[in-house]
Design a protein around this ligand. Sequence first.
Ligand code: TYD
Length: 215
Amino acid sequence: MKGVLITLEGIDGVGKSTQHRLLEQRLRETGLTCIVTREPGGTAIGEEVRQLLLKMREEEMALETEILLYAAARAQLYKELLRPALEAGKIVLCDRFIDSSLAYQGYGCGGDLNYIKKVNAGATEKLSPDLTLLFDLAPQEARQRRGNIDQKSEVSDRIENRPEDFHYRVREGYLKLAAANPVRIKLLDASLPAVLLLEKSWVFVKELLEKKELL
Ligand code: TYD
């Protein structure tokens, strides 16, 4: 496909949303247009699935259900937004993608990594990002940062309900994914000030866009 898919990953509270916004701004300042989206969600159907996934409820959702629902939202995003945009040569900035399922449902919850890969390959016709920016931060620091966000939101409630070691496993999972995919996944130190982190990310984004002759 002619376009480029750049994904942003990291545990909750690393400042991913800020980086997403800054990167989008930098792309626009450079004279490039980009499409921004997020997971789970990004489409009307995907946002409905997001509500299902992130809602607090009495009973626990089965891991298999969770894996399939994330993949279902992703399938919709792929069909409705990602494939057409990438075929049209657009730059897409996506907050989370398949690596999130591998890190959270796989490493974090103990789900079968090969199964998660297979289901998601089916959901996206084996789409793989051109570049993944992994924002890495110690879980205790991420927890502190999360303390500053709205504790009343559904997402933060659900996250805070998870045992502490869950976040450690997710982070370790991400680091394993980065070690296994050194060309695609770029590890970034999220403890750096936001503007400095943007400059570090931009080096990788610029390199990719030049390679694809988009810049
Ligand atoms: P997100 O909206 O990115 O929350 P935040 O902005 O706080 O990082 O993600 C919502 C939650 O969904 C987050 O805890 C990670 C989780 N998630 C998974 O567990 N698996 C997945 O495949 C995806 C895409 C997200």
